[in-house]
Design a binder for this molecule. Structure first.
Ligand SMILES: Cc1ncc(COP(=O)(O)O)c(C=O)c1O
Length: 393
């Protein structure tokens, strides 16, 4: 690829792409294959010994992955990237690649429920303990550091309370103690935030969300230095969390419009947050783009935009939440986020259902909290739908 790739949209459309060498097809084929042929036995051996580049078996790699990885590394300002079958495959692989039994992890309670379950329920079975602290408070974070702490895992903005933590300050503190910082950049996306440039060591993504953006592909990614991604590749090949051919192709296609979609999500998210912030039935709006957000100044420093996800605390309890959620019409009641269509969900009903009460309290995940993923529909229609649902419920 010799084209100069300057802007985000140019990267998304051209990085990793070239016409198919066999047919000239401008759009890459779907590599729906498990295995790749070699002209000679020696050539297979050369590949295994790292003397040549290529593909041998789809669990090890595929041309479709390479295209996406090239786009993601360029977007995050990184040396390398690895795509995987889901965000959870990315998070688990990224952590297993840099820890061993007896190590300690620090994270926070307001993270994606699946990641919480990984840290709280699964990793302790393999001798890895996690402390959950308020990572917006550096003193609290520092006091949780032990000699065996290896990784600080952050989500910023966090799911579902949109809290923002200071990536640069946390990375400085972590590095002074020889600890690595991994940031789940799913909510912000590299369009709005580049954690590696801010000092983090690695980034993970649920590609299921904004990167693909159409609610039709499960995918994940890890982004970082080539040395670290090679460690992850070793683990990935053994755990087997690979994407399939058609999903890799769809992700690559979805990413071509990622920049356009994000610009619109940013605009729509801000309008909806401002509308809800003035509504008498809404107790609180959590959105880093609002001046009332406790880390608004920090968010402005480390983010270029604030995305389409926000959460609100509705006045009332479960009954009021049910009535409101049952009244929405343009919105779809569903988990997930970051897609073209607007989605709405009550975290304690599904995504954070399994998070124990004490951790929900720590993370601010209350019963009246509703997570809203603002899509790219016409914003007047989105606001009108929320307005009628709030008014009639
Ligand atoms: C912030 C965040 N990280 C990771 C994940 C997990 O991604 P996936 O569902 O693709 O495994 C999710 C899923 O909702 C998420 O919201």
């Amino acid at each position: 690829m010799t084209k100069a790739l300057r802007g985000v949209n140019s990267i998304l459309i051209h990085s990793g792409e070239c016409p198919d060498p066999t047919t000239g097809s401008v759009v890459p084929p779907i590599y729906q294959t498990t295995t790749f042929a070699f002209p000679t036995n020696e050539s297979m051996m050369d590949l295994m010994e790292g003397k040549s580049e290529g593909y041998i078996y789809t669990r090890y790699g595929s041309p479709s992955y390479t295209m996406v990885e090239s786009k993601l590394a360029a977007l995050e300002g990184a040396q390398s990237a690895l795509v995987l079958a889901s965000g959870m495959a990315a998070t688990s692989t990224a952590l297993i690649a840099q820890t061993k039994s007896g190590d300690h992890i620090i994270s926070h309670a307001d993270i994606y429920g699946g990641s919480f379950g990984l840290f709280h329920d699964l990793l302790p079975r393999f001798g890895l303990e996690t402390s959950f602290v308020d990572v917006t408070d550096l003193r609290q974070l520092e006091s949780a550091i032990h000699p065996n702490t290896r990784v600080i895992f952050l989500e910023t903005p966090s799911n579902p309370t949109l809290r923002v933590c200071d990536i640069t300050a946390i990375a400085e503190l972590a590095h002074a103690h020889g600890i690595r910082v991994v940031v789940d950049n799913t909510f912000a996306t590299p369009y709005n935030q580049k954690p590696l440039i801010l000092g983090a060591d690695a980034v993970v993504h649920s590609g299921t969300k904004y990167l693909n953006g159409h609610s039709d592909v499960m995918a994940g990614a890890i982004v970082g230095t080539t040395a670290y991604i090679n460690e992850c590749v070793n683990v990935f090949r053994k755990l087997g969390g690979n994407l399939n051919g058609i999903d890799a192709w769809l992700l690559n296609r979805g990413m071509k419009t990622f920049g356009l979609r994000m610009a619109r999500h940013n605009q729509n998210g801000q309008v909806v947050a401002e509308y809800l912030a003035t509504h008498p039935r809404v107790e609180k709006v959590h959105y880093p783009g609002l001046r009332s957000h406790p880390q608004h100044d920090l968010a402005k420093q480390q983010m270029a935009g604030f995305g389409g996800v926000l959460s609100i605390e509705l006045k009332g309890g479960q009954e009021e939440v049910n009535r409101f959620l049952n009244r929405v019409d343009l919105f779809t009641r569903a988990v997930s986020l970051g897609s073209v269509e607007s989605l709405i969900t009550q975290p304690v009903a599904a995504v954070h259902y399994s998070v124990p009460d004490s951790y929900r309290q720590m993370g601010g995940i209350t019963t009246n909290l509703i997570r809203i993923s603002v899509g790219i529909e016409d914003v007047e229609d989105i606001v009108e739908d929320l307005d009628q649902a709030l008014h009639n419920s």
